[in-house]
Design a protein around this ligand. Sequence first.
Ligand code: G3P
Length: 503
Amino acid sequence: MADYVGAVDQGTTSTRFMIFDHGGNEVARHQLEHQQILPQAGWVEHNPTEIWERTRAVIQTALRTAGLGAGDLAALGVTNQRETAVVWDRRTGHPYYNAIVWQDTRTDRIASALEREGKGDVIRRKAGLPPATYFSAGKIQWILENVDGVREAAERGDAVFGNTDTWLLWNLTGGVDGGVHVTDPTNASRTMLMDLETLGWDDELLSFFGIPRRMLPEIRPSSNPDFYGVTRASGPLAGEVPLAGDLGDQQAATVGQVCFEPGTAKNTYGTGNFLLLNTGTELVRSRNGLLTTVCYQFGANKPVYALEGSIAVTGSAVQWLRDQLGIISGAAQSEALARQVEDNGGVYFVPAFSGLFAPYWRSDARGAIVGLSRYNTNAHLARATLESICYQTKDVVGAMEQDSGVVLDVLRVDGGVTANELCMQLQADILGVPVSRPVVAETTALGAAYAAGLAVGFWKSTDDLKRNWHEDRRWEPQWNDEQRERGYAGWRKAVTRTLDWVD
Ligand code: G3P
């Protein structure tokens, strides 16, 4: 058998391809950013064709740099930014419209109408999600209603929908020339169209958004021994490799962090933060503003569920300091700047750029910086930004403890922001719980590789995978209880200042 497994990680800001060996060690990677298209306030789009081109390029470059070819890969996994909606013409392969990204809030009227019309409870019960702009269904509805000819094409079966996993799987397996139209239950569980219990598309949910069923991909297991398909020799791998793993990126990170036991959790720090708690085969319904979601489905096994706290803006708040305010030149400098001060100097920053997600779900919220006095500097703002990442995490950890009764004794972390030592120390201080980072911090790509490798027998069991997990660094809490309580009370007060901002 070949010695490696590959994974495409199609994220919000970039696409990467990684290759792993049997020990879960990184062998090669290449990564390329794509354009963030911001046509008006609250709108965020990506060009699906650009994403496919980037995907081709990262695969080719990583393989070439490592001196490997398709024959060295036992299987390929795909993982992706979730919820982002692509609608394309299956006859030509052309998208009808740009991908509408998960952060986009243009569908706020669609979301609030659902609640007003009494459909919110049905959605919560069946899909495990609150009506919000975040999920795919409203985005598909918007395209059907606003782009000429799409509704007719959808009814004819020519216009099809997919998240970016589906878009890439379709292209990798041949596109117009026989590409497969598939997804997995983790991605499907974020559309607002899938019943969490049956793992099938639900006609009542489809009717809420006027979406023809034939637009939707087939739902197959996240780790799929039957394969979704094989890559085409004419594609970027220049050979046939089984496509055998597909997971939304946050669920993939949960697998990469080997959170296979109920009660285990991970927190990924990317553009946003996403904390997932494995609840086993039990479907736990949140009463505290979390999402119920599919964690993974391996082969013919029962699906495993998770509770999720999704936070829209964390790492992207640091990017905002760089790109919009220009007070830092790169993410690493946020740490150096924040270290110039001993505390936040009374400043709190609530980066509610896309409204507030978990546990608040307030699309009427907008960002606020509060507590300013003449004494404050850029350094306080940088520090408040890092703290906002940690306080938002504390909000969702609190909700998770209330929903599940599970009290975390350690928080497993991964993602780009975990390179920021000060931020991780603040996270331990603000939570009062140790924070632990694994050696392989690219857990998202690793999780997709694991799902694909399990399907083809490259790894025999989840126990194999657990042996690959090693701690790299641990941060212990240093604040006392009084500091922690005072800091959190300030944060909660700051959050109230962001609400009711948009009518
Ligand atoms: O739900 C959105 C999430 O999947 C995006 O993750 O890492 O691409 O920002 P990321």
